[in-house]
Design a protein around this ligand. Structure first.
Ligand code: ATP
Length: 520
């Protein structure tokens, strides 16, 4: 895709809040931030840096921009795409944090008086450990110590920021946006865009977004493409159906007697082995409780639980290999162990109804990290492709790609060109897991991705990729073999000629005279 990406068509950007009044939710957090900013106007606050942290799409970046604008401060931003090495941070943020702005105490174009402050914003501050950011954490800590300007860090995961930086900063948490607060915002967008929306449809979009207002806006835009009206049935995602099917499969895994039955039940699920393992993991101690036949608690760990976890840890090893090597064949082994494992280690029958729990706690911990990490990986690929910053790629181009990828041809082309792996494709195709459709797009996209890969990586090609590229280029290869034979003959003749010339020159040269090349 060579055409320049049109970013202005992105509703999440179009409706980015401009004033404090436009910001939805997190009132307490915003109030705290404003107090910190006011302290800067009076002198120095106790902590010269502030960290806004919380889930994606809840308004952290928007709040930072609104703060600068409402305070009349200049907004100086460094994001992960700026290669934040210690050196770069010191040069940009260090300099900015010491000098005052050129237009100190002047009025801006809106007639607002500027206090001459600069808000130095470091986005993705929990992402400073990569190669690009060598020494970045220490540089930031130093900049905070020396700064005469307010510094604002943005992060999803507060634990991804070093303790040294945290101790020098005021930490403000941003919570997920509540469904009931999202509804009026989405309704207003519909009104502004001339779309009639059923209340239930809006509610469903808001519920499905899980507190992420950016994705709610993206979903709203996606579902209204080419429409002037949306109804509840236009919104297809539903968490409940998934739960109902997995509950039935779990009964077979924990209580069944037939391996094939359990395996069949799991096969029909639209869940990745990663999701499945989390379900079994969460429910194993609940399903195999520490009780005897009479319902009395027994001391120690139930051996069935211990043995069950042993099998799950083996399944997890396979999953790790899949992640590292992208060999999806091993999913089969992992699924087999997760499914058949608990049934095989069970030493007795566990009767009675036990409610299954969805792996929310685990999932939330793991997923916020992995979704963020994955989005960042995708953004790295996209920013390299389009020479755009990480921020633009993450916030504007990814949503645009996701909309384009609703069309399968675009999905295959963009996945191949960007070399998305299966997990990344799940995200880009807005699937819940690696469904058959995702796998099919992935397989097709490999032809494009393999063809794009530089020749040196041929060594690391999987046998499958090797087969595909040799099939795609078989005609070309036959020609190349003939060419190669011819070239090799020509090269040999050329080398022989060069050697002969060299020998002649050496004979001409006096014995004590060395040429420059002799020294190397
Ligand atoms: N609290 C909010 N109030 C109004 N709009 C919001 C809010 N949160 C998100 N949005 C919408 O979502 C878009 C993205 O929000 P923003 O970039 O501020 O989120 P973020 O928390 O910084 O996310 P990330 O961690 O992914 O950078 C905004 O342009 C806006 O359209």
């Amino acid at each position: 895709m060579s055409a320049e990406i049109e970013t202005h068509s992105d509703w999440a950007e179009k409706y980015r809040p401009k004033t404090f009044k436009d910001l939805i939710g997190n009132k307490k957090a915003i109030h705290e931030l404003r107090l910190w900013a006011e302290d800067w106007e009076k002198g120095f606050p106790e902590k010269k840096a502030v960290i806004l942290y919380g889930a994606a799409g809840v308004g952290k970046t928007s709040t930072a921009a609104v703060l600068a604008s409402e305070m009349g401060w200049e907004y100086v931003e460094m994001n992960a795409g700026d290669q934040r090495t210690a050196d770069v941070i010191e040069r940009i943020a260090g300099a900015a944090s010491k000098t005052t702005t050129l237009f100190s105490h002047e009025t801006d174009e809106n007639g607002k008086k500027s206090s001459g402050k600069r808000l130095i914003v470091l986005d993705e501050a929990d992402n400073l450990h990569g190669t690009y950011d060598k020494g970045g954490s220490k540089a930031i800590a130093d900049v905070i110590d020396k700064t005469t300007q307010p510094i604002l860090l943005i992060a999803n995961d507060i634990y991804g920021i070093t303790q040294t930086i945290r101790s020098k900063s005021l930490e403000i948490e941003f919570s997920r946006i509540q469904t009931r607060s999202m509804v009026p915002a989405l309704t207003k967008i519909c009104k502004d865009e001339g779309i009639t929306a059923d209340e239930k449809a809006i509610l469903k979009i808001a519920e499905n977004a899980g507190g992420d207002l950016r994705s709610a806006i993206n979903d709203l835009q996606a579902v209204t493409v080419g429409k002037t009206e949306i109804k509840e049935e236009d919104i297809v995602v539903s968490g409940r159906d998934v739960k109902e099917t997995i509950f039935k499969a779990l009964v077979k895994v924990f209580k069944g007697h037939h391996r094939t039955e359990a395996l069949d039940a799991v096969k029909t699920l639209d869940e990745t082995p990663e999701d499945l393992i989390m379900w079994v993991d969460e429910n194993l101690p609940i399903q195999f409780p520490n009780r005897d036949e009479k319902g009395k608690d027994i001391a120690g760990i139930n051996p069935d639980v211990a043995n069950g976890y042993k099998v799950l840890s083996k399944a997890d090893l396979y999953l790790g290999r899949v992640r590292r090597r992208q060999t999806y064949r091993m999913w089969r082994y992992a699924s087999f162990m997760t499914t058949v494992g608990p049934m095989s280690v069970r030493s007795k029958e566990y009767s009675g109804f036990i409610k299954y729990t969805s792996p929310t706690r685990w999932k939330r911990m793991g997923q916020s990290r992995s979704v963020r990490g994955m989005r960042d990986n995708i953004a790295v690929k996209i920013s390299a492709r389009h020479s755009k910053s990480m921020r633009t790629s993450r916030n504007e181009i990814i949503p645009y790609y996701r909309r384009l990828m609703e069309n399968e041809d675009y999905a295959v082309a963009l996945a191949g060109e960007s070399d998305f792996d299966m997990d990344e494709l799940v995200y880009m195709l807005k699937a819940k897991s690696a469904t058959k459709k995702v796998q099919s797009v992935y397989e097709k996209s490999r032809f494009i991705a393999d063809a794009k890969r530089p020749a040196e990586t041929e060594f690391f090609k999987t046998p499958e990729a090797e087969k595909r590229s040799s099939a795609a280029a078989s005609d070309k290869n036959q020609m190349t073999l003939e060419d190669m034979a011819k070239k090799s003959e020509e090269k040999k003749a050329e080398e022989a000629k060069e050697n002969k010339e060299k020998e002649e020159k050496t004979e001409d040269k006096p014995k004590n005279q060395k040429s420059l090349t002799d020294f190397f």
